[in-house]
Design a protein around this ligand. Structure first.
Ligand SMILES: Nc1ncnc2c1ncn2[C@@H]1O[C@H](COP(=O)(O)OP(=O)(O)O)[C@@H](O)[C@H]1O
Ligand SMILES: [Mg+2]
Length: 238
């Protein structure tokens, strides 16, 4: 039976007089993949921060698997089994890919289990050819894949990603898409993104933010062809 893994109820976030999110209701089921899109200033990052615990919403509620987590800190949310990839990751350039992923695994598992999970994650994310390379020597797209590995190794049931395709080549974006689909075999995934090519390639349900509110929520094809969405977003960006 599908379970609601993430739910926000009337989430509102104000910064002084600026209403960055207003009455956002969002629901995500087990292994669902959801993209949050919208023009600059629409409130995507604020929403991401409210859900991951970097901000406490001014009003409203956040639930994960039925547990209220409003106001929890990021490490408390992570401890529930939620993987969070922000744009400022915790990686060590002087260590190899394998070592970095192993360190992430050790935060959750004992030595033997961490080793097994590290090896499995390296296979799963197709990182074998660079496993022994120092992180500092990797190209941007490879780094992004490794950072996803740090999240995936804990085998989270919910993964929250902030612009995972930012600054990537077309080839890297394609790989990232494959990896994200792979993650949805075991986890629900929320992606905040404004790269339209990436969203198209993912081809799933999209929630469009506009002026802090949810403007539309539908399959990417219908969202892309919606005139209101085109006006507020595609019209300006494309
Ligand atoms: N820390 C902050 N202090 C004041 N205003 C903020 C802060 N963070 C975001 N905002 C404002 O909230 C609105 C939504 O911003 P943001 O969530 O970053 O949008 P997006 O990620 O969709 O571009 C914008 O008007 C932005 O200027
Ligand atoms: Mg943003």
């Amino acid at each position: 039976m599908p379970e609601t893994v993430l739910e926000t109820q009337a989430l509102t976030m104000r910064f002084g007089g600026v209403v960055a999110n207003e009455n956002v209701d969002l629901k995500l089921q087990t292994r669902e993949l959801r993209c949050l899109i919208g023009p600059n200033g629409a409130g995507k990052s604020t929403f991401f921060k409210c859900v991951t615990g970097l901000l406490t919403p001014s009003e409203g509620h956040v639930f994960m698997r039925g547990q209220e987590v409003t106001g929890w800190l990021p490490h408390q949310i992570a401890a529930l089994g939620v993987g969070i990839k922000t744009q400022t990751p915790n990686v060590l350039d002087a260590l190899t890919v394998h070592e970095n992923i192993w360190l992430a695994a050790r935060r959750f598992f004992d030595m033997a289990e961490a080793k097994d999970r590290t090896d499995a994650t390296i296979d799963r994310l197709a990182l074998n050819s660079i496993a022994k390379t120092d992180l500092g020597q990797l190209a941007h797209g490879e780094r992004q894949r490794v950072e996803l590995g740090l999240v995936a190794v804990a085998e989270p049931w919910l993964v929250l990603l902030d612009e995972p395709a930012a600054g990537m080549s077309a080839k890297d974006v394609e790989r990232m898409t494959e990896i994200i689909h792979e993650l949805t075999r075991t986890s629900a995934v929320v992606i905040v993104e404004h790269d339209m090519q990436f969203i198209r390639s993912i081809a799933e349900t999209v929630t469009v933010f506009h002026q802090g509110r949810v403007l539309m929520e539908d399959h990417v094809d219908r969202v892309m062809s919606d005139e209101t969405v085109r006006n507020v977003y595609l019209g300006k960006k494309a």
